[in-house]
Design a protein around this ligand. Structure first.
Ligand code: GLP
Length: 264
């Protein structure tokens, strides 16, 4: 795991956006894995700006989102499809047919999950997967106890996740308790993974993900198995890390090495 600790949440968004821009500049036909939640919003705003300034194009890219609520149609304002349209897709030059979000209103959601896996495989796999982090250590909607090699499937949400996401729903609005989510195995298959976490309420999950044991009790700890996982944190989210100075030291060494190689 590469651990990058930056002063503020804005710095985290900027770092993430630069990574996406570099990926698309090098490989315009990249397959991108995308996430919802509050954390990626600032990154999406930066990508929209870069696209409008013609610094990056999504015209040849494809995207696959991590998850969706089961029972919400694409037009539902709380669906993750709707979120993606509002916060990214409608404002960039991506072709609508090249964006995929699990289908929350599929007549046969079990089959829809299998098809989603087939679609990802047919696209050649995911080049760069963006992740947020749940307070309970979930990635996508892979709640604690999720199989570490799981594939896209239906998952029951924990009461803690339902409570965390209740802020997006009206008090009298139906809030789904089930989801369709890429599995942990699906996420681990991505060639590169970028997890962003900001704010003090993520600090315990961040500590468990990086310094805890590899365990289904903290699904994000599965990233310890990934060969190219980058975790970008602000100071508040990094605050519970025991070895924080060591991670800063490694990152300074990494940057110095990159600088030396670039100047050779
Ligand atoms: C949601 C999503 C996750 C997201 C997480 C954190 O439930 N399914 O993909 O990463 O919770 O959300 P936030 O970024 O709003 O803290």
């Amino acid at each position: 795991m590469q651990i990058v600790i930056l002063p503020t949440a804005d710095d985290v968004a900027d770092y993430g956006a630069q990574l996406f821009i570099r990926q698309l500049t090098k490989h315009p036909q990249s397959v991108l894995g995308l996430a919802t939640g509050s954390t990626p919003l600032a990154l999406y705003r930066l990508l929209i700006h870069a696209c409008q300034q013609q610094q990056v194009s999504f015209a040849r890219a494809r995207t696959f989102n991590l998850d969706e609520y089961l029972g919400l149609a694409a037009e539902h304002p709380q669906s993750y499809r709707y979120f993606m349209q509002q916060h990214l897709f409608n404002a960039i030059d991506i072709l609508p047919e090249n964006t995929a979000v699990p289908d929350g209103s599929a007549a046969d959601p079990v089959a829809a999950c299998q098809q989603y896996e087939q679609q990802i495989a047919a696209a050649g796999g995911i080049d760069l997967q963006l992740l947020g982090l749940g307070r309970n250590g979930h990635i996508g909607f892979n709640e604690p106890s999720s199989g570490l090699r799981s594939r896209t499937r239906i998952k029951t949400l924990t009461p803690a996740t339902i409570a965390d996401n209740a802020r997006f729903f009206q008090p009298d609005e139906y809030q789904p308790h089930l989801s369709l989510t890429m599995g942990i195995g699906t996420i681990l298959d991505a060639r590169k993974v970028l997890l962003l976490a900001t704010g003090a309420n993520k600090a315990n999950a961040v500590q468990a993900m990086i310094e805890g044991p590899l365990t289904a009790a903290c699904p994000a700890s599965a990233l310890q198995l990934h060969q190219h996982a980058i975790v970008v944190l602000d100071e508040a989210a990094a605050a519970q890390l025991a070895d924080i100075e060591f991670y800063r030291h490694i990152e300074r060494e990494n940057q110095a090495l990159l600088h030396r190689l670039a100047n050779q």
